[in-house]
Design a protein around this ligand. Structure first.
Ligand code: ASP
Ligand code: MG
Length: 273
């Protein structure tokens, strides 16, 4: 079986990158410190995950990518100008960095894993920061790409895509879930798993209601409605591609993998079946 793993940027990194670009646009040189903070987070993660003798290639990749971010921020700082298009370019580094680091981690553990460039597979319009996916083109590209390769494990950066001119776009905040659903539907997979930091979708917002309970099973329609309010467990557009293919989607907790989680699937004929 083939497994495709889609990753988000490391926690908080997308926000930090946006802050960097904002600071630079406002003429604050502190963008350099913020960027340095982001670079350190990634370098330290590499050092934690990968044995010393195998770190150097990944460390230099992290540095190269962070230098690119810095160059773009310098441009923003000099021009005092920041477009949605440039923001998309900046934030895209968050997912590039995380996916490259995790691929390296697996490969050094001798788990063969192939990095896939999402921006070459997911095609959108040029509505930067909330680009609309061209499913006809994207589905074809994804199906073709995975057909010609024999690897079993793939790693893809979530959230990022490109327009028809090859310019970076993004799918909206939280969009990595959506990337995973797009790939799942294009490949007709058996199951999509969304690994997050809560144990599933809840009957109510646990911050407001004390006896809120995890929902073991829910229909696509109900999940779509629930995802629009309260504690946002998944990015709402995620449901649409998997619903179209009837792909069961599990919400699982990274920090409590033994918890059952929530399964989103087709409406059953009678209760509980
Ligand atoms: N890194 C992006 C964000 O923070 C996408 C994601 O996390 O799903 O919005
Ligand atoms: Mg996310």
């Amino acid at each position: 079986d083939t497994t495709v793993v889609v990753v988000s940027a490391f926690g908080g990194i997308t926000d930090i990158l946006l802050q960097c670009s904002q600071l630079a646009a406002e003429g604050h040189e502190t963008y350099k410190e913020k960027l340095h903070e982001a670079e350190l987070r990634h370098l330290n993660t590499v050092k934690e995950l990968i044995t010393i003798t195998q770190q150097s290639a990944v460390l230099s990749l992290v540095k190269t990518l962070c230098n690119e971010i810095e160059d773009i921020c310098t441009g923003i700082f000099l021009l005092k100008e920041l477009s949605e298009r440039t923001k998309d370019r900046i934030v895209s580094y968050g997912e590039i960095l995380s996916s490259k680091i995790i691929t390296a981690k697996l490969n050094t553990d001798e788990i063969e894993c192939e990095w896939v460039n999402s921006t070459q597979l997911i095609t959108t319009n040029a509505n930067y920061s909330a680009a609309v996916v061209d499913f006809a083109v994207t589905n074809k590209k994804i199906a073709n790409h995975f057909k010609t390769i024999n690897s079993r494990l793939f790693m893809m950066p979530g959230f990022i895509a490109s327009d028809t001119n090859g310019v970076n776009t993004t799918l909206g905040r939280g969009g990595s879930d959506y990337t995973a659903a797009i790939v799942a539907a294009a490949l007709n997979v058996k199951v999509l798993e969304i690994w997050t930091d809560v144990s599933g979708m809840m009957t109510a917002d646990p911050r407001l209601v004390t006896n809120a309970k995890i929902i073991p099973q829910i229909s696509y329609q109900e999940a779509m409605e629930l995802s629009h309010f309260g504690a946002k467990v998944i990015y709402p557009p995620t449901i649409q591609p998997v619903r179209g293919k009837g792909i069961s989607t599990w919400i699982k907790n990274t920090f409590a993998p033994e918890d059952a989680g929530t399964v989103i699937q087709k409406e059953s004929d009678n209760n509980g079946n």
